[in-house]
Write a protein that binds this ligand. Structure first.
Ligand code: ATP
Length: 203
């Protein structure tokens, strides 16, 4: 099973790394792909360039055997619709089960995404807790499963709410702190923090 973890990663932070590691610890995934979007659909354009966001992900996941950088959305023209991405990933990994990893805030918005039912036909969803977010368990309620083992029963269409330990980091907060020149290193991988400082990002 391949985990797909999409986001703006502007910048990647310890909350992202924590989510990916907890999912790996609790679900039998072979890999987790960090998939930065090129042009987000439901939010403003990223603060930093694709190149900088990619480089920061590379630095943060270096030496992590099961973490991969997936540049599919960066290489595709136009807006980054997850349904198109999942179709491409399915085609690129025939026979593999795809699990889309989402924080609770992202999952709560999924009905506003392009073709949410099709997304569910292409992948399982793994939904992780996030501080100050109440998971909307009315969304696709007939697809929810309780145990990660249930994801092996089919190749798509299950939603697993995962009881991970919560992590408070957020890119918005980090950007605000960096702009105010307040060090926010506890939420950033040291190599990412160094890259941000060296390249004068988020000022
Ligand atoms: P922003 O503050 O700009 O909204 P973010 O911190 O949410 O950014 P994104 O790159 O937008 O970062 O998030 C990508 C994915 O990671 C989303 O599914 C989001 O819900 C999830 N995520 C990010 N941080 C956390 C966290 N601390 N706990 C759980 N999920 C998270």
């Amino acid at each position: 099973m391949i985990g797909i973890f999409g986001g703006t990663f502007d910048p990647i932070h310890n909350g992202h790394l924590h989510v990916a590691q907890q999912v790996l610890d609790l679900v039998a995934l072979d890999q987790v792909h960090f998939l930065p979007c090129a042009i987000p659909v439901h939010r403003s354009v990223p603060y930093e360039s694709a190149e900088n966001r990619l480089r920061m992900i590379e630095l943060a996941i270096a030496n992590q055997e099961k973490f991969r950088l997936n540049t599919l959305e960066m290489r595709r023209d136009g807006k980054s619709y997850m349904v198109d991405t999942l179709r491409d990933i399915k085609a690129g990994f025939p026979g593999h089960t795809i699990c889309l990893i989402l924080g609770a805030d992202a999952f709560n918005q999924i009905k506003g995404w392009k073709s949410p039912r099709e997304i569910l036909r292409l992948a399982h969803l793994i939904v992780c807790r996030r501080p100050e977010v109440t998971l909307d368990n009315a969304i696709f309620s007939d697809h929810w499963v309780e145990a990660s083992a249930s994801l092996g029963d089919s190749t798509e269409s299950s939603i697993l709410p995962l009881e991970i330990n919560e992590n408070p980091c957020s890119s918005t907060r980090i950007r605000d702190m960096l702009e105010a020149q307040t060090a926010e290193i506890q939420c950033l991988h040291p190599a990412v923090y160094e890259y941000i400082q060296d390249h004068h990002l988020y000022h």
